[in-house]
Design a protein around this ligand. Structure first.
Ligand code: CO
Length: 151
């Protein structure tokens, strides 16, 4: 089911999200809905608070693959990259954001099993952007030169 993507100004986007403790059918249904919503919106990532659910779960859809990160935590961050970013919750805008160039995170999947992944480049940028959402941070808090996108 496609869910409505919450837009900037809604307080749910500013919450510190709660850890996921139950890896149940409700979580699976939420993740499935988020995937459908993300694919339709053609975004690179979507965090649970963006569909109004303030829990620590995000999706990242990048050339390296499609990922569900539950309770993700940075292990380390290295380097620096500066580039454009947008957000499905801040429609029609983009801005230049400085992010780490390489990150390692640990996370759980929808069953609660634990994994780690190293992300570089655009993948690292998407991970950083989505993890910020879990702490109530939007890219516009960090961006320079926020401007209207021509579409
Ligand atoms: Co976003």
């Amino acid at each position: 089911m496609i869910r409505e993507i919450v837009q900037v100004g809604d307080e749910v986007l500013r919450k510190k999200c709660e850890p996921v403790t139950r890896f149940d059918g409700e979580l699976a249904a939420l993740l499935d809905d988020m995937k459908e919503t993300l694919k339709k919106a053609e975004g690179a990532g979507l965090a649970a608070p963006q569909v109004g659910v303030p829990i620590r779960a995000v999706l990242v859809d990048v050339p390296e693959g499609f990922f569900e990160f539950i309770n993700p935590v940075f292990v380390w961050q290295k380097g620096e990259q500066v580039g454009p970013e947008g957000c499905l919750s801040v429609r029609g805008k983009s801005g230049i954001v400085c992010r780490p160039n390489k990150v390692k995170i640990i996370y759980q999947d929808r069953h609660g099993d634990k994994y780690a992944v190293v992300a570089r480049g655009w993948f690292a940028r998407a991970v950083c952007h989505e993890l910020d959402h879990l702490d109530g941070i939007l890219y516009t808090d960090k961006a320079e030169n926020i401007r209207d996108e021509e579409d």
